[in-house]
Design a protein around this ligand. Structure first.
Ligand SMILES: Cc1cc2nc3c(=O)[nH]c(=O)nc-3n(C[C@H](O)[C@H](O)[C@H](O)COP(=O)(O)OP(=O)(O)OC[C@H]3O[C@@H](n4cnc5c(N)ncnc54)[C@H](O)[C@@H]3O)c2cc1C
Ligand code: SF4
Length: 558
């Protein structure tokens, strides 16, 4: 049987492709490398630590052996480790002295299960930056091309947040915003007073429902969203897009299907299907489709194409430009500051708000920064210190124990997320000497921060500290951590869009220049990185590409 469409991957972007293509009438096969996810069996957000074997501290030996890279991610704990890949089964290599943290999920839902749910629109400050500065290539689209698709995606997923009217961080279609806590209000007012129109603090924009929305319940603030959400209150493909696709009866979802490569017919110059290895039996299978959507994540989609060699494309399918695998980016983080905000000791928070604060980019927006191009935003927030507050509270005996049963002072932290410049020198290739558990060649990743990213990180620490000082904070500790690329989990750029087939892999609709019925709609398509979290833009690009592909098919052009 030939499917109308094959979607590879069922995470953030694969879920959107599945929903859009099936709703537009296409019989769609969704191939997912990992096992099924059953919310009633697999979601564990309400399991208390005393019911966990290691009381929430994790099976350290197992993690060290099987997930040494994944377990460095804050969200990979004793509950949610099962949503992260086995590093043993899914290895990759890096160049000496250039570490890269590749944090992945391999199950139905991909990383949309464990993500942080922060969602921000891009603006023309981002889309025009490469052109303005003569860096890499120009984006083939502008904000106006994507704005209706942001609207479309946001209407479906539900985003809570505060409208600010900023041109460089356009407002989404918001559900009611979550509330700041009192320490955050103190810092918000101080920033408004001391930094005038330049900087502001707002509540994070989050794909978490504050009111019931399209059959999904409002969030009840239980807190650990990376473990799943039985009330489907945050957006994931398992919670929202895959059920919508299922409802059309046009989706065939095949878990445990590891896509090796895309098959190409040189006569028609079309992709005709995909080669798959069954994850359980290791048997080879082949599926045919009229149109192929790669949504396996930026690096995995590049890997599939690099593994899809033909006589015409010896260096990877759709790679006549030679850009496939290149221009790898991630957001630079690791710069910020933390401090104690005095006062408000009679206030506590009720519930665990699954969201923090956001300070939109303020560098190189209206002014010119000499030290670096582009900019960064801050995530973070305020909380009462717990009983582990260490050096902040010393003592001895009964009184000390009693004092620890009370919440500590208010702590506030800023964590910067900065833009990374695209560079041809940051790239992935196939490692000819290593294969994964299914015998598929793995990636060798070559990626390092440049001077611009390092300068951004240094500035983050300085501006975070000065904002805390303006709020009368005590014990201000600026930090500049040496987080490697990949650790922001926003990897992108390995099959970039562009107008010219000589310098880009995809056109402005995520369609491969060289193979018309092949689309790549995950982060691989990005031409620059902005400083805001990218998944909302991936989803909007995916919905837009699906609309285009179906129109092309209906017009007989595909
Ligand atoms: C802890 C954490 C916090 C995050 N926070 C945020 C945030 O706040 N905001 C934000 O914008 N982003 C955030 N992200 C990043 C976000 O999760 C990703 O940008 C997003 O999931 C990418 O979507 P995707 O569809 O490309 O990939 P994924 O969601 O990773 O899905 C890819 C799917 O493809 C499957 N696959 C891979 N290879 C193959 C193959 N060969 N054959 C078949 N299937 C395959 C995988 O198993 C997976 O299910 C976070 C990620 C993590 C882990
Ligand atoms: S905090 Fe809200 S969104 Fe997160 S798991 Fe709990 S109910 Fe779901």
């Amino acid at each position: 049987m030939t499917y109308d469409a094959i979607v590879v991957g069922s995470g953030m972007t694969g879920g959107w492709a599945a929903k859009e293509l099936t709703e537009k009438g296409l019989k769609t096969l969704v191939l997912e490398a990992g096992p099924p996810t059953l919310p009633e069996r697999d979601y564990v957000e309400h399991v208390p630590s005393w019911e966990m074997k290691f009381r929430g501290m994790g099976h350290r030996r197992r993690l060290q052996e099987d997930q040494p890279i994944q377990s460095t991610c804050y969200a990979c704990d004793e509950w949610s480790a099962k949503f992260f890949v086995s590093d043993k089964e899914n290895p990759y290599t890096t160049e000496a002295g250039k570490p890269f943290s590749w944090i992945r999920g391999r199950q139905v839902g991909g990383r949309s299960i464990m993500w942080g749910r922060q969602v921000y629109r891009w603006s023309d400050l981002d889309f025009e930056a490469n052109l303005r500065e003569g860096i890499a290539i120009d984006w083939p689209i502008r904000y106006a091309d994507l704005a209706p698709w942001y609207d479309y995606v946001e209407d479906f997923i539900g985003i809570s947040g505060e409208a600010l009217g900023l041109s460089h961080l356009p407002d989404s279609r918001f559900l009611p915003a979550m509330k700041l806590n009192c320490a955050e209000v103190v810092v918000q007012h101080a920033i408004a007073k001391h930094f005038g129109a330049e900087r502001l603090l707002t509540i994070g924009r989050a794909a978490v429902l504050t009111t019931p929305h399209r059959g999904r319940a409002a969030c009840h603030y239980c807190g650990p969203c990376e473990r799943g959400c039985i009330t489907r209150s945050y957006f994931s493909s398992v919670n929202a897009t895959l059920p919508a696709a299922q409802q059309t009866s046009r989706m065939t979802l095949r878990p445990n299907s590891v896509v090796h490569s895309v098959s190409f017919d040189p006569k028609s110059r079309r992709a005709i299907g995909v080669r798959v290895i069954d994850a359980g039996t290791h048997r080879w299978l082949e599926f045919q489709g009229k149109v192929i959507f790669l949504c396996a994540s930026a690096l995995e989609s590049a890997r599939i194409l690099l593994n899809s060699t033909t006589a015409e494309f010896p260096n990877g399918l759709a790679n006549s430009s030679g850009e496939l695998g290149h221009n790898l980016m991630d957001h630079v983080k690791g710069g910020g500051a933390t401090a104690i905000i005095p006062g408000n000791e009679n206030h506590v928070v009720i519930g665990r708000r699954p969201n923090g604060i956001y300070v939109p980019r303020f560098r190189n927006v209206k002014t010119n920064q000499k030290e670096f191009l582009r900019g960064y935003g801050f995530e973070g927030g305020g909380h009462r210190e717990g009983w582990q507050r260490g050096i902040l509270q010393t003592g001895f005996g009964t009184d000390f124990k009693r004092s620890l049963s009370q919440p500590g002072p208010w702590r506030f932290s800023f964590q910067g997320y900065g833009e990374c410049l695209p560079s041809h020198a940051n790239y992935v290739e196939l490692d000819k000497e290593k294969v994964d558990a299914w015998g598929i060649p793995v990636l060798k990743i070559h990626c390092a921060w440049g001077d611009n990213e390092r300068a951004i990180r240094t500035d983050m620490a300085a501006t975070a500290a000065e904002m805390l000082a303006s709020a009368g904070a005590r014990r201000i500790q600026p930090f500049i951590d040496d987080d490697p690329p990949g650790f922001s989990i926003h990897e992108m750029g390995t099959a970039r869009m562009g107008r010219d087939p000589k310098s880009s892999v995809l056109n402005s609709f995520n369609q491969a220049h060289d193979v018309k019925n092949l689309f790549v709609t995950d982060g691989a398509a990005m031409v620059s990185s902005s400083c805001v979290n990218p998944s909302l833009t991936y989803m909007a690009l995916t919905a837009r590409a699906c609309d285009y592909a179906v129109r092309q098919m209906k017009n007989g052009e595909l």
